[in-house]
Design a protein around this ligand. Structure first.
Ligand code: AMP
Ligand code: MG
Length: 492
């Protein structure tokens, strides 16, 4: 077995940033799934991680040669309240590896046992959330959304105590970075300016090297992070994705979707959809996500102020100017993306109203978000007769009929070609998303019957979300009333 080429750049930052911790071994590890494609992309093909030795590594029973496992320190605003110390309470960073593409990635175990940051927790993960994170993060990757990836999932052969005893699991995650907004907050709260600077320098060096060329590289870094978040959240919105726990400790500075907990894709469209059982006031509801992004970035700005300018007032002004670009960027990413989703190639002043009207009609008629856009991408301009499937998604199809006349007029006006428009639309409007009831069924079979067939089948379907797969229509359908998942849980 060839060793994993670890670099351990984070470990070089010094022990203020983490505590060195070895994973706690588990009783009887078994591999559930190994991501061969990702392993190859990371240049790990020759490490034979799909072997029994790999399983031992993914379970935390063996520390791979060259790794320097550590639990990262971070703080965070959780539902708006600041918690000065969170940190990896059930996760460990094994180290950095340079991918085949030269890009550095962090390799992380989650569910690997207690650390100095575990507080009252057991440091473990139940199998259900591990499977959920594997399915959803890999689906997001295939949907083209920046995200942490899943390299492997194992069962531990042990039970974890939650509301009830559940089988345990460990997921191995890969990210551009596990540095969070909360990592900056951790040091800023302690007044450790040297550490904030060191962290910012590290982030620039590792992830935003172009910022070094800017006259104010820290401001350039902040601007780059703003841009990344605006783009990311616009993509979530365009797919009906609800993260569920957008605390600042769950916001990556690398612009990736991170820390999948009670996340969910919505079925029927509702502006204020919430699934997370812990989000009682809807702080992280679907339509709040763009503004929460700004709120979180403002917390990041507060930690960076001393770096943005020598003079405090000037620093505040620089931060505010940068933050003001966020709503503008978000709006642009969102509208451009929605134009592609609805097949509009040119820009017209009325596009936003047209798109919002569709969303209103969908909300009023409980139309399935994913299927509306998918069926829209199959239509021809001059044959309204084929709108049957689409109309059937609306409780009352009349408003849709009206809207579709406007939409067709708009397409005619730009001389839209059916074939090329359909192709463009089908590259952004998925057929398959990881629907809650499918994830739930896969988890139930795995947890209750040790049957992973539904998990594997769902995972396989989600590998190609853009094309209809023979015999897989069941995966395209919204839940039947008795299958609807009302709430999702982080299971921590
Ligand atoms: P999360 O909900 O995964 O974003 O976690 C929030 C914080 O709680 C992080 O500091 C986690 O490390 C910690 N945490 C969550 N679950 C556990 C657990 N089972 N044991 C120890 N710490 C945990
Ligand atoms: Mg977290």
């Amino acid at each position: 077995m060839k060793p994993i080429p670890f670099q351990n750049t984070y470990a070089n930052l010094g022990t203020d940033f983490f505590t060195r911790t070895r994973p706690s071994p588990v009783a009887n590890p078994a591999l559930v799934i190994f991501n061969h494609g990702l392993s190859e992309a990371l240049g790990l093909s020759e490490t034979r991680l799909s072997s029994a030795e790999g399983t031992a590594i993914f379970a935390g029973n063996r520390v791979p040669e060259g790794a320097e496992p550590l639990a990262m320190a971070y703080a965070g605003h959780q539902f708006g309240n600041f918690v000065p110390q969170l940190g990896d309470g059930r996760a460990l960073l094994l180290g950095q590896i340079a991918g085949a593409d030269g890009i550095h990635h962090d390799l992380h175990l989650k569910g690997s046992g207690r650390t100095a940051f575990s507080r009252g927790g057991d440091g473990r993960a139940a199998l259900g959330p591990v499977l959920r994170e594997y399915l959803v993060s890999e689906a997001m990757a295939k949907l083209g959304v920046p995200t942490t990836r899943a390299l492997a999932a194992v069962t531990t052969g042990e039970r974890v105590a939650r509301q009830e005893f559940l089988p345990g699991g460990v997921i191995t995650r890969v990210a551009r970075s596990f540095v969070r907004v909360g990592t900056f907050e951790y040091f800023a709260w302690r007044g450790d300016q040297a550490a904030v600077t060191k962290l910012a320098d590290y982030v620039i060096e590792q992830h935003y090297p172009a910022c070094r060329e800017a006259s104010n590289s820290y401001l350039a870094l902040f601007e780059a992070i703003i841009q990344g978040q605006a783009a990311l959240i616009a993509q979530w919105m365009q797919l009906g994705f609800i993260h569920g726990v957008m605390n600042t400790d769950n916001m990556s500075i690398a612009g990736e979707t991170i820390d999948y907990g009670p996340c969910a894709f919505m079925d029927h469209y509702a502006h204020d959809q919430v699934y997370s059982s812990i989000d009682r006031h809807g702080r992280y509801a679907y339509n709040n996500q763009p503004s929460v992004g700004l709120w979180n970035l403002t917390r990041l700005a507060e930690t960076l102020l001393p770096l943005l300018a020598d003079d405090h007032e000037a620093a505040i002004e620089a931060a505010q100017t940068a933050l003001q670009t966020y709503p503008v960027l978000y709006e642009r990413y969102w509208l451009d993306g929605m134009r592609v989703k609805t097949g509009l190639q040119t820009r017209d002043a009325h596009d936003k109203a047209l798109i919002e009207e569709l969303l209103e009609i969908m909300a009023a008629n409980r139309a399935d978000f994913t299927l509306v856009f998918y069926y829209l991408s199959t239509l021809h301009i001059d044959s309204p007769g084929q709108d049957g499937y689409l109309r059937a998604l609306f409780n009352d199809p009349q408003p849709y009929d009206q809207w579709s006349r406007q939409w067709r007029d708009r397409l005619r006006q730009e001389g839209s070609n059916d074939a090329t428009r359909q192709q463009r639309m089908q590259a952004v409007n998925p057929v398959y998303i990881p629907r809650n009831h499918r994830i739930e069924a896969a988890i139930r079979a795995a947890e209750d019957q040790n049957d992973f067939s539904l998990f594997h089948e769902l995972h396989a379907v989600l590998q190609n979300p853009w094309q209809r797969q023979p015999g897989k229509d069941a995966y395209l359908l919204p839940p039947e009333p008795h299958e609807v998942v009302q709430q999702t849980f982080c299971g921590t």
